[in-house]
Design a protein around this ligand. Sequence first.
Ligand code: UTP
Length: 457
Amino acid sequence: MNELRARLERHGQEQLLRFWDELGEPERERLAGEVGEIDLDLIDELVANLLEDEPAAAAAPGEIRPPEAARPGPEDVLAGRGMLAAGEVAVVIVAGGQGTRLGFDGPKGCYPIGPVSDRTLFQIHAEKVVALGRRHGVSVPLYVMTSPQNHAETAAFFDEHGGFGVEKLRLFVQGEMPAVDRSSGRILLAERGGVALSPDGHGGTIRALERSGALAEMADGGIRTIFYLQVDNPLIAIGDPGFLGAHRRAGAEMSSKVVRKTDPAEKVGLVVVRDGRQEMIEYSDLPDELAERRAPDGGLELWAGSIALHLIDVAFARRLAAGGTRLPFHRAVKPVRFVDEHGNAVEPEEPNAVKFEQFIFDALPLAERSLVIETDRATEFEPLKNAAGPASPETVRARLSAVYAAWLEEAGVGVPRGEDGLPAHPVEISPLVALDSAELAGRVGPGLDVTGPVLLS
Ligand code: UTP
């Protein structure tokens, strides 16, 4: 205890032990454990550099231009299928976030989003992984990143549903970072015997994979490429062979899928090339001048909007982990519940704290080679972020229905549409029935009569 106090005093963080004398033995043990996990040198550095403001990434010098983006060709598709059949691909879904904007009571992956069946995000992703394995005659491993805040609930959910049929399923837990008081930089207590901790951002993925032994397990099992996605977008073509093959054939270490940005104010990260290296600029760091730059054809010059979908080679991830590479931390100013110096719980309405998070895309400039593949927004990008408005349950369900209805039409099935051009009835197709329109065409005939909601599962 004296040692702990001395260590905290050296860093000006002794307030964490303010209520020590009132705590029982188990609470003390927990608090000492939490404090012991905090890298206080790192907190000193982050408080010194990030408490006030973050230097805008885009303000760094250098010439910024758009990346060259390819559309995969038939040879890429063949190469990607070969990678899948050889069992070289694992899927990693990051699901450790707090989903504050959605405001759902539970892990976001448990949100019921299927337009007809209310399938959850986790079920849709897991069924895709199962179907992908069947198609290629392998068992594709699925790794799901949780956080200490939602791990137990996520694990119970997968258990309850038998992992949705995924044979090689493994959950791994990401790290946490303490929140600090916005004006003093002092770490906050969430309760008398507990630090205010929150997940360290999706940039914690590689470290969490390493710490959990998952990276070594992947390498031992012959996995060479990680298909990385966020839990919130159910449209992702998991295991897209064209993307995989193009990445491998280009000798890339980390690749990204992007959509064409048309609205300068759209809230997506931007993939750019600065001085020959690819990187991503988060929308909050993007100066208007860059966002609004026009190409000669009148379109946006910096057009490559990230859909947060990456391929990450296992060897690259291991190199970063072994070299102790630290991705930069970003600041987020948020309201954080805390106990004040009198021990009273305070629920602030205004942002009182700074949280520190890492982003996975900051690994991009560290890759020797990176590839950017363009995809269609209409078929592959509609993430669940908000409770209402854009990127909300309503828009995600509508988009899923629209995509599945188009598959039915490609299979020769007539789908009634309203005056707005949208399907008149919700449509849902389980990934176990078909992963794409071509597969569906082999499963249904034009005889299918659509007179109400359609669920194929
Ligand atoms: P977002 O940054 O959109 O956060 O995460 P969120 O948790 O979904 O929602 P808000 O911002 O609190 O409203 C994008 C993806 O990264 C994962 C999320 O689970 C989501 O899949 N993520 C985010 C993590 O896995 N860990 C983190 O620490 C942060």
